[in-house]
Design a protein around this ligand. Structure first.
Ligand code: FAD
Length: 317
């Protein structure tokens, strides 16, 4: 079922969902199942599975460095299919512009349709580690908006190069990313919202936000988005802080602010066990306020560890 239909069917009740990161390659899927299992009691209607960009590895061959391209984690679509069938839950693969040609994207979308996966999170992806700025792959998309357009075309039965064997149309529901504290590359929040509107006009059905730790940032973002004519559901993304290092890491990587009060609480902690507890309590407080405000879904970034999400969900749902 589509994410937007789950929201409609909930009739104003806030749903619980979460995002997982595939484990590093070489691992068995059982660990992922064991991580998801404790969260199933909160009835997530959908689970997101992230995609990581390709990376370069350098192999030393008698003093000469040989550069090879590799992917560090197993494929998202296969993981989505496995989770969907194991837990009878909808899954949302994150589909990236970066690292994929349009043809490869079409192939991936055909797989999704075949496997009964009918939600897609359409994202640009970040620059590769060695790059300063994002560069589209040769024959790939530059912006998430263009990827949304490709998925939408597929929904209309329009394949690349007009090649279609069987007219069994996909009907993907499309999610896109939104940034309450603006995207790192956007010159202003207003411009970023204009870009978000373009993604919605291209066919996006809902938005999931970047993590934030101050709910007023989300409320302001939703208000500004509505004023900009963005009328689709805007799902807040919540991440509990888990280690002291997050105080530097999260602002650096995601260009987000951490409220003074939370910083002080974390700095008082003697070890990461205490930090984890502070993170859980902060996320519970955030979640309760968002729930009261009637958000459609509370979407948690699990980062491969479900135990803190379980602690939060058991106090909120
Ligand atoms: P876009 O919407 O394309 O925007 C990128 C930048 O370009 C923005 O600054 C925007 O303002 C600007 N822009 C857009 N259109 C135009 C235009 N026409 N002209 C000029 N500027 C324009 N990354 C991963 O690698 N894997 C994941 O699984 C993943 N999941 C995510 C999930 C969520 C909920 C979020 C919020 C982010 C996720 N990301 C993921 C990170 C995301 O890929 C990065 O933030 C990326 O830098 C931007 O992606 P986007 O889809 O928002 O890009």
């Amino acid at each position: 079922m589509k994410v937007t239909d789950h929201i409609k069917n909930a009739k104003g009740k806030t749903l619980f969902s979460f995002e997982i990161i595939p484990p590093k390659k070489g691992k068995n899927i059982q660990e992922l199942y064991d991580n998801i299992n404790p969260l199933m009691e909160f009835n997530p209607p959908f689970i997101d599975v992230t995609t990581s960009r390709e990376e370069y590895v350098y192999i030393d061959r008698d003093g000469l460095l040989d550069r090879k391209i590799t992917r560090m984690r197993p494929g998202t679509v296969g993981i989505c299919a496995a989770i969907k069938h194991k837990f009878n839950v909808d899954t949302v693969p994150h589909v990236l512009c970066g690292g994929f040609t349009k043809e490869e994207t079409e192939y991936l979308l055909v797989d999704c349709h075949y496997l009964g996966i009918n939600n897609i999170m359409a994202l640009r992806g970040d620059a590769m580690k060695h790059q300063r700025y994002f560069e589209a792959s040769n024959g790939g998309h530059q912006y998430a908006r263009d990827l949304v357009g490709q998925v939408k075309n597929l929904n209309r039965g329009k394949y690349l190069h007009d090649v279609m064997e069987v007219d069994d149309r996909a009907d993907f529901c499309i999610g896109v990313a939104g940034y309450p504290e603006k995207h790192i590359e956007a010159p202003s929040l207003q411009t970023d919202l204009k870009r978000l509107k373009e993604k919605v006009d291209a066919g996006a059905d809902y938005v999931v936000t970047q993590m934030f730790f101050d709910n007023s940032k989300y409320f302001h973002f939703v208000e500004a988005a509505r004023e900009a004519g963005i009328d689709v559901p805007i799902i807040p993304g919540i991440k509990p802080i888990a280690i002291t290092r997050h105080l530097q890491l999260l602002p650096h990587v995601f260009k987000i602010d951490i409220p003074e009060e939370l910083i002080e609480e974390v700095e008082k902690c003697k070890d990461n066990k205490q930090v984890r507890q502070v993170g859980i309590e902060w996320a519970i407080k955030q979640s309760k306020e968002l729930l009261k405000a009637g958000v459609p879904v509370l979407h948690y970034y699990s980062m491969g560890n479900s135990s803190n999400i379980k602690a939060i969900a058991s106090k909120v749902f």
